[in-house]
Write a protein that binds this ligand. Structure first.
Ligand code: UD1
Length: 351
């Protein structure tokens, strides 16, 4: 029988790409989303790409513990991938309670439900933000985490720790008293970007984008006047920050590999962490010029002061994920930047 995966936040940017790849890999998927930061565009796109009109969709808020528990009772769930969280770093600084309440409570509810239902594995979407300004690069999974610089980052660190503790504490359960062991994987994403090659799903930022690639594509299409490159006096070759930009489809495939590892009983530890990136540092300036070149256009940009809170450089050592998950980022920077532009044009044509 097919294994079933619950994707919380499955109508969002990464969740929709993961749903597509899970279905392609032969999983049944249940999507749960409260639609607080998306509309049905991506879920409709998922249905078109997969040719599946019958993917169960549950409009629930994971902060509602009864609704989450009911979901686990209604469907036999083998694994849950938890995306349902707020993700704007600046907003989290301004409204920490909103972030702590939403991001932590929703995850606690998922874990409570997983613990009360047999055989449930939990995959948590963590972030390279947990490393902060790392002392050695590239970062491996054992590079020490630095104190979080935002409530958003703190919720990622805290959620990793909560998952680890729950996995440890539940290992002794055997179903008596209705409590079951939970196994967990945290994937630390570097900088996700791009869109599905079909241009039917992609990132849908609300308001002015904070992240680089949506700001680039919106500037190219004329929604924004000018891209500001934050800082060109960093100690890097061209003075701009270095990041590890990971294609969202490659990222989605890493989730399938991690889910398979869990449900097929191939984990080496009951709680595991993997970096999900390309292992290739790219500067902001390089990214901008690659975008211009691959899409044959000129971008209006200027150099601006550094953005507070930015780290100079971070990129992943991905050897653990390559070896243990049998996964490797495959798409080129050019393919990904072309897909991001195709998605922005698709949005403009369908506005
Ligand atoms: C941020 C978050 C990270 C989160 C990720 C994806 C921080 C410290 N990190 O990463 O936790 O997981 O977004 O949501 O906030 N840039 C410009 N101009 C722009 C926008 C960005 O020059 O208009 C530069 C930034 O200064 C940075 C790079 O582009 O050097 C990438 O920025 P961004 O896309 O916002 O991602 P991060 O800050 O790396």
């Amino acid at each position: 029988m097919k294994k079933r995966v619950l994707v919380s936040g499955g109508a969002g940017y990464i969740g929709s790409h993961v749903t597509v790849e899970l279905i392609a890999a032969g999983y049944e998927v249940v999507v749960a989303d409260n639609m607080s930061n998306c509309d049905m565009t991506c879920f409709e796109g998922v249905k078109k790409i997969t040719g599946r009109d019958d993917i169960p969709f549950e409009k629930i808020d994971c902060c509602d513990s009864a609704a989450v528990d009911k979901l686990f009772s209604d469907y036999a769930i083998d694994a849950v991938i938890h995306f349902a969280a707020f993700k704007a770093v600046g907003e989290s600084v301004a409204e920490p309670l909103k972030y702590y309440r939403n991001n932590l409570l929703s995850f606690l509810n998922i874990l409570e439900a997983a613990k009360s239902h047999s055989g449930c594995n939990v995959l948590f979407s963590s972030s390279a933000t947990v490393y902060g300004e790392a002392e050695t690069l590239p970062v491996t999974e054992s590079t020490p985490r630095m104190p979080a610089t935002s409530p958003y980052g703190n919720t990622k660190q805290m959620s990793e720790d909560i998952l680890r503790d729950v996995v440890f504490a539940t290992a002794k359960y055997d179903g008596k008293d209705g409590q079951w062991p939970v196994k967990g994987i945290a994937l630390r994403y570097f900088n996700p970007m791009g869109a599905h090659p079909s241009a039917l799903i992609g990132e849908l930022p609300r308001g002015v984008p904070n992240n680089l690639v949506p700001f680039i594509t919106q500037t190219a299409i004329g929604k924004r006047e000018c891209l500001s490159i934050f800082g060109n006096d960093y100690p890097t070759a061209d003075g701009t920050c270095l990041r590890d930009y990971i294609d969202v489809v490659d990222l989605a495939k890493a989730h399938v590999a991690a889910v398979s590892r869990m449900v097929e009983g191939k984990m080496k530890e009951d709680y595991e962490i993997f970096n999900i990136g390309t292992g290739r540092p790219v500067s902001v300036y390089e990214l901008v010029t690659a975008f211009e070149k691959v899409n044959g256009l000129k971008l209006n940009y200027k150099f601006a002061p550094r953005r507070p809170g930015d780290v100079v450089a971070i990129w992943a050592d991905t050897s653990l994920a390559n070896k243990e998950l049998g996964w490797k980022a495959e798409r080129t920077l050019e393919q990904t930047l072309a897909s991001a532009w195709a998605w922005e044009k698709h949005l403009a044509e369908n506005a």
